[in-house]
Design a protein around this ligand. Structure first.
Ligand code: MSP
Length: 641
């Protein structure tokens, strides 16, 4: 018997709202879990929220609410986002739950009572002195800093000295390394495995697993004046959520006897691939089997972040593309294991091409022709139709090839298998011209062609079910198929429909979306010479426009471009260059010292060979143009709302 599969996502911090970065891993895990179920495996899928630590306490204080209120609110938002995206997790773990606290105490007690392979204490007390970044929730070394600041958060870390309990990580590194080298613990993709092995060879130091100054956390049972370090707390979710402290049988099934898969983003590699296996070894538990570290994506070339105001809310995407459309679009942008860019401006075009045209139209053409000529009844199999053998051969291999891609962590390729079958079926439909048979009264041939298309669609409904669960369920209902045939096994045989079943004409599965130019150009680009300089940036869509006050510190004309001025502006502590199409209205000297308003979150663009990073706002009436400025003593960098 194949082992049960236990699959997890990272648990997400509740100091920010859910965005499509979080959705990305969660959808991937959901897709994989559904695939393994199709293949007949017993699967448990866990996700949840990471709710302790200073970062959360500070976020709550900034909003003048208690940490518990904040965590309750944001955890609900994560759950709501996953509902909207049709995520079918088996359990949602919250680190502020009693169930989780019990598990953290239990694993720390187990570690506290254990001895390292060479007989030393696993947990020992000592003093920690270092530079702590609350944004990262970790200590940084001098060489991590850029200009004395955390490179990820741009903040100066705090110098801390406090009594802590330390985990003797060093005693477990040889075993962790051996497990990775032997393949007992698989770290994927390959280059991430090498990165982990490189880190281990740098002889990582023991780390402190408790905090004295933090109060928003889980107190240690052996010293309640300290709380568990938030990463120790967070990693333990993978066992607390399946009953480590409160349901032994369940825990043994999924952890000890299961095949454990952690999916995560590449930035949390060290915690997962080194600390976590070492903690488990120390506590006498099995290490996970596979950890897949996927890349990070930018949106229209920009890092997604709260401060840039460009984080896309999953609900906005679901509102426009539906749950299935959103899942599809997010998973098909670039291969899973690498970094990528998501071009929100192309979503509508891709949705229309793949889902509305290729898949949706195929379904409606086949079913309409059937309804109009054969009373909507699933016809008999006919012989001698050109192209049938080829289509059939491709169809019966489709789901197996897709599942192989899933096992290899290539969700994009798995989806592409399903879409390739849709396209091949469309070609078959077009090449066999069934509408001509209908006109000519060749009902047997017509029926034969449509039956082939319907069977191919049945296989599509299985192969694309994991990414499009609700639309493929609707398609299956239409075809008269129930859940008992929703299996990989049933996608391997070509003839599976019930002749004589009456089908109904469906509502369009994927209604075409408007491709208004504005909607397509949701992501603004910096180009003062385009129509957008007339104020036509669509701010209703993705990538909210961020307006900020900037002070012009230098200005000059651009050679051979009589409309353009090159401005240097101060934006808080940053200096930027902006090219603006205002030379016919302002001389460079007029502008120096003015506090103008700019669109700050644009990708840099090159205009007449000069880089421009941002766009100036101006009001226009007829031929007159006036740059928008602000009065008063607002500092540059201030945001405009
Ligand atoms: N709470 C920790 C994880 C603890 S797990 C024991 C944490 N949380 S997080 O809210 O910052 O989420 C990080 C995860 O969100 C990443 O590992 C990744 O799964 C996902 N992503 C967030 N933004 C992303 C992108 N821009 N691109 C891809 N994935 C992203 O770290």
């Amino acid at each position: 018997m194949a082992k049960p599969i236990y699959i997890t996502t990272p648990i997400y911090y509740v100091n920010a709202q859910p965005h499509i970065g979080h959705a990305y891993t969660t959808i991937a895990a959901d897709l994989m879990a559904r695939w393994h179920k199709l293949a007949g495996r017993d699967v448990f899928f866990l996700t949840g929220t990471d709710e302790h630590g200073n970062k959360i306490a500070e976020a709550a204080a900034a909003q003048k609410i208690s940490p518990q209120e904040l965590t309750d609110r944001v955890a609900m938002q994560f759950e709501a986002a996953w509902r909207a995206l049709d995520i079918d997790h088996d359990y949602f773990i919250r680190t502020t739950s009693e169930r989780h606290a019990q598990a953290v105490r239990k694993i720390l007690d187990a570690m506290r009572n254990a001895r390292t392979p060479d007989g030393q204490e696993v947990i020992y007390s000592g003093y920690y002195e270092g530079l702590y970044c609350t944004g990262c929730e970790k200590f940084l070394t001098e060489k991590d800093l850029v200009d004395g600041k955390c490179p990820d958060h741009g903040t100066v870390p705090e110098a801390l000295k406090e009594k802590n309990y330390f985990f003797r990580l060093s005693a477990y590194l040889p075993q962790v390394k051996e497990a990775i080298l032997s393949g007992r613990v698989q770290i994927l993709p390959e280059e991430k495995r090498n990165e982990v092995l490189g880190l281990i060879d740098q002889e990582l130091t023991d780390f402190s697993l408790s905090r004295e100054r933090v109060s928003w956390g889980i107190p240690l049972s052996f010293d309640p004046s300290q709380v568990a370090y938030v990463w120790i707390d967070a990693l333990s979710n993978y066992i607390s959520g399946i009953g480590y402290a409160d349901d032994e049988t369940h825990f043994r099934k999924w952890w000890t006897d299961g095949h454990v898969i952690h999916l995560l983003g590449k930035e949390i590699l060290k915690f997962h691939c080194i600390w976590w296996p070492a903690m488990l070894l120390a506590a006498g538990e099995r290490m996970p089997d596979e950890m897949f570290l996927h890349g990070w994506f930018t949106v229209d070339g920009q890092k997604m972040s709260k401060s840039l105001g460009n984080a896309i809310d999953p609900h906005d995407m679901v509102g426009q593309f539906g749950a299935d459309g959103t899942r599809y679009l997010l998973m098909t942008q670039y291969p899973f294991g690498i970094d990528g860019d998501i071009q929100a401006s192309r979503f509508v075009t891709q949705y229309n091409a793949d889902l509305a045209n290729d898949l949706g139209n195929l379904v409606s053409r086949v079913i309409k022709l059937l309804a109009a000529n054969l009373e909507g009844v699933i016809p008999a199999v006919a012989k001698g139709i050109d192209g049938q053998a080829e289509l059939q051969a491709q169809a019966v291999k489709t789901a197996d090839s897709a599942y192989e891609h899933i096992i290899g962590y290539r969700p994009q390729a798995a989806i592409a298998e399903g879409i390739a079958l849709v396209r091949a079926t469309n070609r078959f439909f077009n090449d066999t011209t069934p509408w001509k048979s209908a006109k000519a009264g060749e009902m047997e041939r017509l029926g034969g062609i449509l039956r082939v298309c319907l069977e191919a669609l049945r296989i599509v409904s299985i192969t694309l079910y994991p990414i499009l669960p609700s639309k493929m369920t609707a398609l299956r209902t239409m075809l008269g198929c129930d859940d008992s045939t929703l299996t990989l096994e049933h996608a391997r045989a070509f003839w599976g429909l019930q002749e004589g079943t009456v089908l109904t004409v469906p509502e369009p599965l994927f209604p075409r979306l408007e491709t208004k130019r504005k909607a397509e150009e949701a992501a603004p680009k910096a180009s003062p010479e385009s129509s957008e300089s007339d104020g036509l940036i669509d701010i209703s869509h993705f990538g909210k426009v961020q307006l900020r006050v900037a002070e012009v510190v230098a200005a000059e004309s651009v050679p051979k471009a009589d409309k353009l001025l090159r401005l240097q502006v101060a934006l808080g502590s940053e200096q930027r260059q902006i090219v603006a199409g205002i030379a016919q209205h302002y001389s460079p000297d007029d502008l120096i010292g003015k506090r103008v308003v700019i669109v700050a979150n644009l990708k840099p663009a090159t205009i007449r060979g000069v880089e421009s990073h941002g766009m100036l706002l101006a009001a226009k009436a007829g031929k007159r143009l006036v740059v928008v400025t602000v009065d008063g003593d607002l500092d540059s960098g201030a945001s405009v709302s």
